[in-house]
Design a protein around this ligand. Structure first.
Ligand SMILES: [Mn+2]
Length: 333
């Protein structure tokens, strides 16, 4: 059920069914907008710094300070929001429901920090994540380079203790031979800070060498694709168990054929469809937050990378919503 009307209570005229990011009176439901028009927010959610009543708050972290190869992930949040307009029309296939009938979701915009200054980004991101968590909402973060996961994990772990990390990536990001904190070693730092329950953590789709696992279970790209999506989901579920888990998805887990718009592409990765199937199989996992990172739209082609990221983020919301009842159906707000 989708309302295609002009937006009752929002006045009349050509703009009344658009710009729902600005005009939506509530946090559920949707009105279809032209994908090419209107104010951008993730999935046409209401833009608001006010997290009151929100189950999930979307926040962008436009950062590519420590990117080692191709820069440009600072444009990731904007790219993902733009691509999400192609998905904002109701039931999400093949879930069979619209997660926004079940979850209240707002888009809190982007974290502000001084460009080029790692400490500024770390502090601002942890503060914003803490603000959202303290309001009782969970976070869907749009990167940005993968370093943004560190302050997000800091904010979560400070409130919820060490989390099982479910990490999709071509890279382990635990290299310990680099002198400076960056997007290739932040999970090594996160381990050192006690933010991760490593015994219940798993890295999926890895296809670069790192001779030290640091205790992570690694399901590399060849194993994953030989086993099939269902077996991979089952194995992730076994490793993570029943504790709280945090999902971090580097878009370079996907093959460059499916995600060329990223900073450090590696061939031999997952297809978007395969990754979606794995995610859909994780309904038993207690996810408390997610980030999707390393989308660099300037290297993208026809938005396929941003669209993949938006779709995977939407799949995550469907995972959260799967066991919830609908509180709105096709409503105007
Ligand atoms: Mn990576």
């Amino acid at each position: 059920m989708v309302d295609r009307s002009s937006g009752e209570g929002q006045g009349s005229g050509p703009s009344s069914a658009s710009d729902r990011a600005l005009t939506a009176p509530g946090l559920h439901g949707r009105v279809i907008e032209h994908p090419y028009a209107g104010a951008l927010s993730f999935m046409r959610r209401r833009y608001s710094r006010d997290c009151t009543g929100a189950d999930v708050v979307v926040c962008g972290i436009p950062c590519d300070i420590t990117t080692t190869a191709r820069p440009g992930a600072r444009f990731g949040p904007r790219g993902i929001r733009a691509a999400s307009t192609h998905l904002a029309y109701g039931e999400h296939w093949p879930w069979g429901f619209d997660p926004f009938d079940r979850l209240s979701v707002v888009d809190a915009g982007d974290v502000h920090f001084e460009p080029g200054y790692v400490e500024s980004m770390l502090k601002a991101t942890e503060a914003e994540a803490g603000r959202i968590l303290d309001a009782g909402a969970s976070i869907l973060a749009l990167g940005g380079e993968h370093l943004v996961s560190l302050p997000l994990l800091r904010a979560h772990a400070a409130r919820q203790g060490p989390l099982a990390l479910v990490h999709f990536d071509a890279h382990t990001d635990t290299w310990d031979d680099e002198p400076e904190l960056g997007h290739g070693n932040m999970f090594h730092h996160a381990l050192g800070e006690g933010l991760i329950d490593v015994e219940h953590s798993v890295q999926v789709g890895i296809r670069t060498h790192n001779h030290e696992t640091h205790g992570f279970q690694i399901l590399d790209a060849d194993w994953v694709q030989a086993q099939g999506a269902e077996a991979v989901s089952r194995r992730i579920g076994e490793i993570v168990g029943t504790g709280k888990a945090y999902l971090t998805f580097d878009i370079d887990c996907l093959d460059p054929a499916f995600a060329p718009g990223t900073g450090t592409p590696v061939v031999g990765g997952l297809s978007t469809q395969f990754a979606r199937q794995v995610l859909r199989g994780l309904t038993g996992t207690d996810f408390v937050g997610m980030d999707i990172v390393e989308v660099a739209p300037d290297y993208d082609v026809a938005e396929i990378t941003s669209l993949a990221a938006a779709t995977l983020a939407l799949d995550y919301l469907c995972l959260l919503a799967a066991d919830r009842p609908a509180v709105a159906t096709g409503s105007k707000d």
